[in-house]
Ligand binder design. Sequence first.
Ligand SMILES: Nc1ncnc2c1ncn2[C@@H]1O[C@H](COP(=O)(O)OP(=O)(O)OP(=O)(O)O)[C@@H](O)[C@H]1O
Length: 893
Amino acid sequence: MDPREAAARLLRDLRTGGEGLTAREARRRLEVHGPNELPHHKARQWPAALLRQFTHPLALLLWIAAVLAWIAGTRELALAIVAVIVLNAALAFWQEEQAEQAVEALGEYLPQHSQVRRDGRAQSVLAAEVVPGDVLLVSEGDRVPADARLLSGAVEIDASALTGESSPVERAADFPDTAQRPLDSSPLLIFSGTVCTGGSAEAVVHATGRHTELGRIAALSARVRLAESPLERQVRRVAWLIAAVATGVAVAFLPLGVLAGLTWTQAFLFAIGLLVANVPEGLLPTITLALAAGVRGMARRGALVKRLSAVETLGSTEVICTDKTGTLTRNAMRVVEARDGSGVQATPRAEFAAALARCTTADERTESGDPMELALLNFAHSVGVRLDAETRDAQRARLFRFDPHLKRMTTVDPADGGFVAHVKGAPEEVLARCTSALPARGAAQILTNGLRAALVDVVNDMADRGLRVLAVANRSCTVVPADRGAAESGLCLLGLVGLIDPPRPEVAAAVEACHSAGIRVHVVTGDNGRTAAAIARQVGIGADHVVEGTALDAMPEADLDKVLTSGQEIVFCRAAPESKLRIADALHHCRQVVAMTGDGVNDAPALRRADLGVAMGASGTDVAREAATIVLTDDNFATIVSGIEEGRRVYDNVRKFILYIFAHAVPEVLPFLLFALSGGAIPLPLTVLQILAIDLGTETLPALALGRERAEPGLMDQPPRQRAESVVTRRLLLRAWGIMGVASGILVLIGFFAVLLAEGWWPGSDVAANPDLQHAYQQATTVTFLGIVFCQLGTAFASRTQYAALRDIGLTTNKLLLGGCVFELLFAAAIVYLPPLQTVFGTAPPPAWAFALMLPFPVFVWAVDEFYRGRGRAHAAARTQGPEMSTLPSRYR
Ligand SMILES: Nc1ncnc2c1ncn2[C@@H]1O[C@H](COP(=O)(O)OP(=O)(O)OP(=O)(O)O)[C@@H](O)[C@H]1O
């Protein structure tokens, strides 16, 4: 079948007609052709993904270490390293699978719908259920769900997803078709994956699912991999840095170890151990998983994130530019006030109500269409005028759609042998085109300057009360006007309507949360400045400055930058769709991280330009959803704020486990330094395999559990993180190494020496030569090992907060961490008490009193850090007594 053959033949070949299929036939075809989806190619890729885990550079470093250990004759160490590689690869593979699943599962939250004609009427069906032979109704903002051939109408199509060509192309049912290949563009065909950016058309579907052009291309191209986020990139860099330092330390240890009395082989093995222990190979997948968990958390709260990196960007959001209708307000419009042509409150005359009933594309019966137009239809109905949508559309002679630049819409309808143009739109636009006005009673009067001024006052008064005001006008004509200009001139003002759209109840609290989190909220709307400012103030947005669209257009870049960095909250009103792009651009230039909402086709460029494009899932167009990074399933402003909180929490948690993992470095390296610096007079307090047991065994689960920590109190009371700030800060290093690391290092050495000295050891004694001392030495290294495990328990609890006190979050609130600690202790006990493991790890059960000595270790390590954090809070509180109180985060107060 050739989709370019004559329409009638194609319809016959597809066994359908202009009225579409019956629902029953569509169901049958769905059975035959399968769902209109592209096949997932997930499972086939896993061997490659798993293999990647064994061959990434850090793993290769470990392989080299294993081979060297094997050559040096220590099979045990070589095998242990291979075990480490395998375990890590398995864990990383699992973590990445989880992350991918989290992102893939998002599709289920937001199924795409398409308009088709079935059983002779238009209806919305799941895009996955569109079948060949369906008649599609495509209009502005829709994603084309399948390959189809136009039957009537004309559309503008953005085919960039398919062809890479960025400028939209025209497609019309009545264009002559001279194209060579379909994709280059027969003017009659529209393809799955492209989007309609203007116009409307009907088209019959001829291919679905993998039989579409998109399906053919998708089958050829490999799966898109998760793009690396800046955080992951940063952490990768940190991981490399640490690997380089570990290698450096290991190489430096070689001569030092030999000088201290080790043989070259021993020193060599030791160096390898140090290297293996400190290469942070598990760091990256753990972070990917934390981000993916964040994606899941956000999806539960109604924000679908399309890229992992958006989680962290959300956390650093500084400015939100939001729409008004539907996002701040409920989008439940209702007419509450009507005025006649002279501005006096009155019940509308028949002409006025007829204009409302005709100048619309909404359908009251099916409740489809613009909510504002539905509210107007409802109002017309309440004053006695009702017109069924099909008759209205059939009678209409001409439609000039609502244009967001012109802010008005017009229909030309038949009346008394001639025609009437019905116009509605923003009052200033309509008034400027009126020459007369019709009062509630009597004949039309000339629209004098005095009356105009009075009407403007009335509009302002209504807008100040938060009402959206529309002016309605008409004009009789004998023939259908040739163009928009002719239809919309010399009008007679029929009156004004005021619509109320109450704010969403949860928005005020969300705005307040933004303010305490140091985030500014600007409103960008096509509505009147007074209305927008009134609504903004109702929900607590400052609206310190109102910028009209025309003023914005005339504003030089430098002035716009100044306004945007002034710290004020701004209402941009009567904004053209392009204004959003300009604002996004300016904020980007001022290096402010901006989340920008949008729902229309025209918003797509701004959504792409903003750091975070936020599209409306319920009311937005497919085009906006495609361009955005985040889709709100409930269109609610408050959901953005929940997303920001979630983003901050995830980022904080990444820091928490980096802190925890870093803290063990000091108590592990200090013993070696001591050994080397003492020239061997002090025996090595910790063996290589014991280090491996800590880093790659006991610590893994508590670290993962920290990635799931709940939000810390005061999280939303601090200013946004700076874009340039690294995930590893100086404060983090101070806490990890300088505070908890040093405390742990001292404690474990106390334990080690206490056991040795108690058994009669003295510096310089040869522990290998004396059998009694040999056992004491094994017990002492075991105490070092256990000491580190105990200290890390304290570190884990201290790492749970960055600023807050542990009592503020509760000791037992992270159940996963409690489980992780139990695992840590059981693992350590197995290494100390199970005979086969004793042989491998060189451990011996220490005396009971040593346990009594170690018991307070966790509390001590936690307490030093608690004291440090407490002092930080006290300092900040003292500073906030100063004049800059309001600029400091309240978590310090
Ligand atoms: N269907 C319509 N017919 C006629 N005029 C309309 C229509 N919709 C909106 N207008 C007028 O155009 C103005 C801008 O509307 P538009 O829908 O572009 O604003 P918006 O930016 O979406 O507003 P908001 O931020 O409130 O969602 C409105 O204030 C109104 O005066």
